[in-house]
Design a protein. Structure first.
Length: 496
């Protein structure tokens, strides 16, 4: 009987499910639900909520589709893994019922609560223990509930992240991971325990924190009730869960210090692995426990996360307003006609809100050095792509200051990484080798389940079948012109 690994990826727009063959490591079926973007409730400006029950229903629909498509039965599934949208807050009562809609990652109501904690507790205390400002993360969202919804707060049995909720619905067991706690600001890296000082500050009972299980382990098993509802086999182990960005890194086989996982959709993320405890004193990047962080064995693996809001959204704006008469591939060809450095045109890509890497300043997008007599739209399009790369590299310099030796960047062949110019500019400015792969979060979650179940000896075996589509090396003879362009861009940024 052939066996399969099941992976769920619980996003804010949909839930995706994938089946991966244990025998050959290939994905045999994938589906997501809903096919149109899932609704986000915004009762007030800056709020963003979703019903946890909707994630469960979406997961069920996606699972039914892939099981039917692949002709797989519940007893064929060896293990289950879960990836999920980070930083959400789910509050449940003792009957495991959600007490209110989940406050998800893009909800900003808790910003003042995090800022007040950072000020009152002090920068040194927060950064040395949490590795971040308390910010707008899960703990601050819970503090908002305490102050504004005391009746709900008083009914809370446990608080969870979105992935913990799906695991609970599958198993009836409530637990979480160190990686998950760290993304919520609930983990103290200095003491290697739950961050009691922050709980005390906010007045959050420590009993709210679920039991902690290793990221790769038999965390729980599918219950009889869930098995009947989903068509799975009772007792099937749930052996992995990780937040979407750590899980994206896992999906790209990024586990060791100096390795980087990058995405460049509407916004862009550079997620690098650090082998020692460290933080940015200005809190311009976030640091969490990576999926293979293991304090019990002194195996420090931290994920340093840089987010740039103005990434693909700038390229799309250029497409709509400057090169609306051509497709993206033609647009990339056009950009390549301009020289490195876009003949003096520089674009700051910060037109999609405040940027954490700029200490939460909102600079807006700006174009510099434009000469009406010599510059064309080719220069504008190239300068936009270069500006996005330069913003990535600016953030990567912060990672290097934290002790990260960046040698290798792994990325999926999608979005901005479809542009040869974008890829070559990133390789030449960073000096890193770029490797492109075909994978996604739900497939990664399935492979993570295989690691947690002991089906794979380690991550190298789990991702032995990960297909490397392309390798882009820095061109040493051209690097200086790229570095000069980056230096000019950075000089302009520092004057903003």
């Amino acid at each position: 009987m052939e066996r399969y690994l099941l992976g769920f990826d619980v996003g804010s727009s949909s839930v995706k499910a994938s089946l991966v063959s244990v025998e050959n490591g290939k994905c045999v079926s994938s589906a997501f639900f809903p096919e149109k973007e899932a609704p986000i409730l915004a009762v007030k400006a800056g709020w963003a909520e979703q019903e946890p029950e909707s994630w469960w229903q979406y997961a069920k629909q996606a699972l039914q589709k892939i099981m039917a498509t692949a002709g797989v039965k519940g007893e064929d599934i060896a293990a289950i893994g879960i990836s999920y949208q980070m930083h959400g807050l789910v509050c449940i009562d003792k009957e495991q019922r959600a007490l209110r809609p989940a406050i998800i990652w893009c909800d900003s109501r808790a910003v003042p609560y995090g800022e007040r904690a950072f000020s009152d507790l002090g920068q040194e205390q927060c950064l040395s223990h949490l590795l971040n400002s308390p910010g707008n993360f899960t703990a601050a969202k819970l503090a908002w509930v305490k102050e504004n919804e005391p009746d709900i707060f008083n009914k809370i049995y446990k608080v969870m992240l979105p992935g913990d909720y799906i695991a609970m619905r599958l198993s009836g067991t409530v637990n979480t991971t160190v990686s998950g706690l760290s993304e919520g600001m609930f983990w103290d890296f200095k003491e290697n325990q739950v961050a009691q000082f922050l709980l005390d500050y906010y007045g959050i009972p420590s009993s709210f924190i679920p039991d902690i299980v290793p990221t790769f382990s038999e965390q729980s098993v599918v219950s009889e009730a869930a098995a009947q509802e989903l068509g799975l086999k009772a007792g099937t182990p749930i052996t992995y869960r990780g937040g979407d960005q750590p899980n994206n890194a896992l999906s790209l086989n990024v586990f060791e210090p100096g390795e980087i996982a990058a995405t460049a959709g509407t916004s862009g993320v550079v997620y690098g692995v650090l082998g020692e405890v460290g933080y940015d004193p200005l809190s311009r990047v976030n640091t969490f426990a990576h999926v293979n962080h293991n304090p019990a064995e002194a195996a420090t693996r931290l994920g340093v996360l840089l987010c740039i809001n103005g990434t693909g959204i700038l390229n799309a704006w250029m497409h709509r307003n400057v090169t609306f008469d051509m497709g993206y591939a033609e647009m990339n060809d056009l950009a390549a006609q301009a020289p490195v450095g876009s003949d003096g045109v520089c674009i700051m890509p910060f037109g999609n809100g405040a940027e954490r890497v700029l200490q939460n300043r909102e600079l807006g997008c700006s174009i510099h050095g434009l000469n009406f007599n010599k510059h064309s739209r080719a220069h504008l399009v190239r300068a936009a792509q270069e500006g996005i790369v330069f913003s990535f590299c600016y953030g990567m310099e912060i990672m290097q200051q934290m002790g990260m030796d960046i040698r290798n960047i792994h990325a999926g062949r999608a979005n901005m990484f479809l542009s040869p110019l974008f890829r070559s500019t990133l390789a030449n400015v960073s000096g890193a080798t770029i490797e492109l792969y075909e994978t996604d979060g739900s497939v990664g979650a399935a492979k993570g389940a295989g690691m947690g179940a002991g089906i794979y000896a380690d991550h190298n075996e789990a991702f032995a079948t990960l297909e490397k589509l392309q390798v882009i090396e820095p061109a040493q003879q051209e690097r200086q012109s790229y570095l000069d362009a980056y230096a000019a861009w950075k000089e302009l940024l520092q004057r903003q």
